[in-house]
Design a protein around this ligand. Structure first.
Ligand code: FMN
Length: 171
């Protein structure tokens, strides 16, 4: 797919069929993340792949809202970073996550970002802590987000070219 069509086609998908994501599809998605740019070329990411239904369910419960769709994903990629390596880990992790989302769209799959950093459950436990404990991640690892990925169970419209807010472009 042409990149200009790809950026128009990418939409958040939160409903998935039961069809699995193949190992080759997953490899291509991770490959895209591993090719993302990073500040000073640090490449301090950790991409933790989760396909165990119980773990997906537990991740889905890390927040009171906004994370539920993860339970129905075929696979989730927990986008983490060694925060001791750089002061721009949020940017690095975010760029890798979005790069993987575009690869996902190009493969005909769907994905949605679940925000983890700065979020928590109703009891005040941070979403990051819940996920770190669940997956046994080291203390120096920070969690930016979780990408829920699968075959779309719904069709979303292309982004509307007519609704782009060109006013926010200053020149
Ligand atoms: C930083 C960031 C955080 C987001 N957090 C969530 C989230 O926690 N849960 C969710 O369902 N969607 C989340 N999204 C997806 C947005 O809601 C979505 O991208 C936005 O509504 C625009 O829709 P589109 O992706 O279909 O174009 C997030 C997206 C970004 C970039």
């Amino acid at each position: 797919m042409d990149f200009k069509d790809l950026v128009q086609k990418r939409r958040s998908i939160r409903k998935f069929t039961d069809e699995r994501v193949t190992d080759e599809q997953l490899r291509l998605i991770l490959r895209a993340g591993l090719m993302a740019p990073t500040g000073h070329g640090q490449r301090g990411w950790q991409f933790v792949v989760v396909d165990d239904p119980q773990k997906l369910q537990a991740i889905a419960q890390c927040r009171p809202a906004g994370s539920d769709f993860v339970k129905d994903a075929a696979v989730a990629i927990v986008v983490c970073y060694d925060a001791s390596a750089t002061d721009v880990w949020v940017e690095d992790a975010s760029i890798a996550a979005v790069t993987m989302q575009y690869q996902t769209t190009d493969l005909g799959l769907g994905s949605c970002w679940c925000q983890v950093r700065l979020r928590g459950n109703a009891e005040g436990v941070s979403a990051s802590e819940t996920i770190k404990q669940l997956l046994g991640l080291a203390d120096n690892i920070e969690v930016e987000c979780v990408l829920g990925i699968g075959h779309p169970a719904i069709e979303r419209k292309l982004q509307d070219e007519e609704k782009l807010n060109w006013d926010c472009v200053k020149r």
